[in-house]
Design a binder for this molecule. Structure first.
Ligand SMILES: Nc1ncnc2c1ncn2[C@@H]1O[C@H](COP(=O)(O)OP(=O)(O)O)[C@@H](O)[C@H]1O
Ligand SMILES: [Mg+2]
Length: 246
């Protein structure tokens, strides 16, 4: 078994009086692709936001690379954050900057690398996502799928060890979505990243998932391999694999 990269223990999160995450226990191992599943509103995004400390848990612990992050100070946590790439639901590239400029931002903000090196890294990442020709284009000049790949290039420009994707293929057509999955697999196999993806798409789950975690109303219903999930005698999970939705 590979090393545990993220270990979540007894994590609970409340907004006002509502319990949104309820005693979550979950481990994520080095170089696996973990897919998080569950109906809209069950807490998937909230879980990711707890891990990157955009939200704070009301209870429990989150270890990343063996460090308990909920109690780290800002400087220590920023060191961990530098090793995490995040691809948000709507990818948010800045429209007034070129693709190349957008992707350079994390390097300019978080490193002392000289500009020519930054440009070289940016071009390498654009090649990796097969957007070598888009360096000087603006986001509005790109298709939805290309924008998504540009956002992915930005998420990985610092060579993170962990990549989070919150419904990265939402709104993409099946072919474009399959292309994005190919890239995600490339990041796993070539760059050895540990990848955590929220998605509902069965085709995508079959292409990329090593393990899946089903959430229901803030609780973990199941964690395990895709094969085990399909065999699990849990009606909601059987339902999902048959109908492709919750
Ligand atoms: N910042 C917030 N303040 C209050 N409620 C929130 C906040 N973020 C999420 N929620 C609530 O938490 C629940 C889970 O949301 P979310 O994690 O976004 O679900 P999912 O990503 O699984 O669709 C929802 O009921 C949502 O309204
Ligand atoms: Mg969400």
């Amino acid at each position: 078994m590979n090393r545990e990269i993220i270990k979540i223990s007894h994590l609970s999160t409340r907004f006002d009086d509502r319990l949104i995450l309820d005693d979550i226990n979950l481990s994520i191992y080095e170089n696996e692709i973990m897919v998080i599943l569950g109906a809209s509103g069950c807490g998937k995004t909230t879980l990711l936001k707890n891990i990157i400390r955009l939200y704070h848990p009301s209870d429990g612990e989150i270890e990343i690379f063996g460090k308990e992050i909920t109690r780290l100070d800002e400087i220590e946590f920023n060191d961990i954050l530098k090793k995490i790439g995040v691809l948000f639901q709507n990818g948010a590239l800045l429209n007034s900057l070129t693709i190349g400029e957008n992707i350079a931002i994390p390097l300019q903000q978080h490193t002392d690398l000289p500009e020519p090196i930054i440009q070289r890294v940016v071009r390498k990442k654009l090649d990796l996502v097969e957007l070598g020709n888009a360096y000087s284009l603006f986001p509005a000049q790109l298709s939805g799928g290309m924008r998504k790949r540009a956002s992915l290039a930005r998420a990985i420009v610092m060579d993170p060890l962990i990549l989070f994707g919150d419904e990265p293929s939402a709104g993409l057509d099946p072919v474009t979505s399959a292309g994005l999955d190919e890239l995600i697999l490339k990041l796993k196999h070539i760059l050895k990243m540990t990848i955590v993806i929220v998605t509902h798409e069965l085709a995508s789950i079959h292409r990329i998932a090593d393990r899946v975690t089903f959430l229901e109303q803030g609780k973990v219903l199941f964690t395990g391999s895709l094969q085990a999930a399909k065999k699990a005698a849990i009606p909601q999970i059987q339902d999902f694999f048959q109908k492709g939705r919750f």
